[in-house]
Design a protein around this ligand. Sequence first.
Ligand code: BGC
Length: 751
Amino acid sequence: MKAMKFFSACLFLLPFVSCTQVATNKGDAATEKRVEALLSKMTLEEKIGQMNQISSYGNIEDMSSLIKKGEVGSILNEIDPVRINALQRVAIEESRLGIPLLMARDVIHGFKTIFPIPLGQAASFNPQVAKDGARVAAIEASSVGIRWTFAPMIDIARDPRWGRIAEGCGEDTYLTSVMGAAMVEGFQGDSLNNPTSIAACPKHFVGYGAAEGGRDYNSTFIPERRLRNVYLPPFEAATKAGAATFMTSFNDNDGVPSTGNTFILKDVLRGEWGFDGLVVTDWASASEMISHGFAADPKEAAMKAVNAGVDMEMVSYTFVKELPELVKEGKVKESTIDEAVRNILRIKYRLGLFDNPYVDEKLSSTVMYAPSHLEAAKQAAVESAILLKNDKGILPLQSSVKTVAVVGPMANAPYEQLGTWVFDGEKNRTQTPLNAIKEMVGDKLQVIYEPGLAYSREKNPAGVAKAASAASRADVILAFVGEESILSGEAHCLADLDLQGDQKALIAALAKTGKPVVTVVMAGRPLTIGKEVEESAAVLYSFHPGTMGGPALADLLWGKAVPSGKTPVTFPKMVGQIPVYYAHNNTGRPATRNEVLLNDIAVEAGQTSLGCTSFYMDAGFDPLFPFGYGLSYTTFKYSNVKLSSAALKKNEVLTVTFDLENTGKYEGTEVAQLYVQDKVGSVTRPVKELKRFARVTLKPGEKKSVSFELPISELAFWNIDMAKVVEPGDFALWVASDSQSGENVFFKVID
Ligand code: BGC
């Protein structure tokens, strides 16, 4: 982990393109030769068997009989190394061709050592956090024999009602591209055939995060230009980073389910990006094309999926059951099957499974929760926390604070702070804020603990009153609120994003005590907490911070660490503002922020739209917190922004230099952000787009000159002719602390 930290220090200023590495031995002739030799020996049934992924049934005998017949290519959800080896032995020793199984699991933000949810990791704006987290997850998961994870999830999500927003990197294409590529590199390590590497699986390809109304599995309607400008780039970046596999998504886009979408799978993924890895369906998403009304029966579903470019089917058995006949009837060509099997075998060879199929059954006991893993998870939790408010510098807590009240349902909820998609992390290894605070300050300070509510959805006015009364004896109240793990994640969408249960009442009652309230929110998404922000002296948003959330938060509260996280997604004031995201296009009547709001409108006011702009009468235009927002215990000043040239050609590189100064009292890290606006295009362009960011650490009073290199080619977009081009013209540029601040400077792109 030391090496990782060192690397982290030198990496952050590099342009994104240079940190992509291909880790898959692409084009390795020896591997291709082995693939062809094996393929030539396989019967049609054995080929189709490789295309079948089953979920473990528990009973080894039942699975073994299928494996012996060569009917299984991969198993999902086995985590016991002894059983994994036993199943692998059947494949190697008892099936005709001895083809190893590929063992898969959803290892999303940690295996045993749980890191912050991916949305939290994205708040760090630190690809090294994502890479370290994925590396630790790979080391732990591979120690039991898992060699394939279904991550990273890199769906752009601009609707926090959608529960799966927790699993991705938020609303921004560039941030998601950088973090997603870093996760791929972390999971896959230096080389796929290193036994600690696990194959990554960028998902869900594609557009799943744009589910209408934020309801999971819902249809999407993303036109090709938006698909290419916003939703596809993170997947292209993951391909460049060497991702070995891809997963199709559940949604249909404009009527075509991804699992049957030739355009995205063949034209874009294989054709344009040259992907030669394995494409798996999402859970039963082949047979779900029947519910979509896109296939009449399992046979048509299998035909459409395979002909569209899917290689392996997750759990719905339409391939094994239907493909033999489909091939006989000529509806699926055997050459199509061969191509799918090549893609599968290629990954198995690259993972080294043919040469080294078994796992050391004793290894895992020495690997899980290693001190370096816990340290990395703590650092990730520190960097993921966002300081949203800090009135009168209440944080960090000073030595004058002698008594603290620890309140709220998330203060000591070891399971709930782990977040969604945690199958293997154990709550008895979680360090909660209450325990960490007691450990850190328990002998110096009086800690009053009165949760008020047992869990986030609880309604308990008596509990609220009891907590408020106990808290009134403290100098400062620390209120830990948020969402239980189950309130976000797959199929866990919400129409109301206020704090659940009596948590709003709890914060209100605590505020009434007159004691300063420091609210810490642990959640899977941005919540509509405007009122609680007003009632609190300080707000720290940690998302679900994982195993080491407690010590990380204790360090932040007492100033052993300084917050540096930034919002990876816009925080709405109220649900009715959704979708609300910073990189929107302008209307013909852009908001001016001088809008007339509900209470300013006279009774019987005359009907007119003249002078009006795009906003809500009850919510105005701005969100609660913009994208990229986050405070520190110190303050930073940007000045002296200089461009290497005011006019650049398309093949040139713009250097942006600026001074960043720590103008406060604490050493701190600022995430400096570079935004660009293409002023006029052949189609309307976003008002701003993030193009670079850097974490810069400064001592009090220290000033550094920072520079970003931006190749003009990265200003390309899919234009009116559906060509990816840089259009000459005027551009505005901001170097800023968030997506809403900063003075703009201008440059031109010339032919
Ligand atoms: C999810 C995927 C996941 C798969 C396997 C599906 O329900 O959408 O993200 O990888 O299950 O567990």
